[in-house]
Design a binder for this molecule. Sequence first.
Ligand code: EPU
Length: 336
Amino acid sequence: MNRRNDISLLPYNTFGIDAKCRSFAEYDSPEELGEILKAWQGKGKMLHIGGGSNLLFLGDYDGLILHSNIKGIKNTDDGLLRVGAAVVWDDFVAYTLENGWYGLENLSLIPGEVGASAVQNIGAYGAEAANFIEGVECMNLTTGERRTFTNAECHYGYRQSIFKTPEEKGKWAVLYVNYRLSRTFVPQLDYGGIRAQLERKGIALDTLTAEQLRQTIIELRQSKLPDPKVQGNAGSFFVNPVVSRQKYEALVKEYPNMPHYEVSAEEVKIPAGWMIEQCGWKGRSLGNAAVHDKQALVLVNKGGATGQDIVRLCETIQEAVRTKFGIQIHPEVNFI
Ligand code: EPU
């Protein structure tokens, strides 16, 4: 167990915001978390964090920040992997491929930890964590009760889960996530330039290995997304808005090259990054905050930005997109 008071949160958020917290506790087991929760009773608010890749601290945090140090990957039954919440996501993906378990290739190099993968339903290149999660083992932060949510009980949707709803948000710590993977490699290549990149690399589809696909996804991500170790950021800052088909059809008349993803017969998702670029914000700065020059969905800290600087840029972009497209875009990042 690691408990400290009044520490800087700089190492715990990939945006590189230098905020402080009153108290910080890292636990190695569910039992230790239980003890910490008992000792904190009545002392104030709590926030459970993961790898800090989806957080924006607007100021100091006057409460307890919890972080799991529960590691380990256990193959409990053929293909069911029980993974500690604190395992680094991409280490888990690498482990699965090294051990001949397939499914997570397209989710390579997403920053963060396994616990958050089940909360955020992380997704990229046509794959989502929810497609592979069998259950999420949690502890109630108020009562200490342990509960396993089945996949159905998690109510997964695009970047959505029960753990993000107003009723359940902040209520549960994820202890372990149970991932169900396959011994058969079925490549998913239909999204976002994967085939073109494979062709550039001269890799034939009939001999493609899971490791080659992983490396291709890593290269695609690295070509567009800034490395948080080099420049503070939290990946996609906004979620892509889902609009009615009627709205989409009206817009596509005006912008025939507008990309989109089909959601259902009634709804269509429009890439917020494309709209932000159309508004002229790609690569532009406002004070120490900027829009990434290779992917406009990502806001970056140019150095020394405060949470407020990022919020100012966020609101300016929201206003620009609302004015040009009549669509309200919402942050994916949690403001604390
Ligand atoms: N686009 C632009 N300009 C930009 C950015 C995008 O025109 O600056 C266009 C692209 O050309 C493409 C479309 O918008 O036609 C979609 O772009 P991209 O494939 O880069 O994906 P995205 O929808 O912007 C989502 C995820 C990413 C994930 C990629 C790839 C969300 C919120 N974001 O972005 O997730 O890596 O797809 O699958 O759904 C993350 O969550 O941190 C993240 C990076």
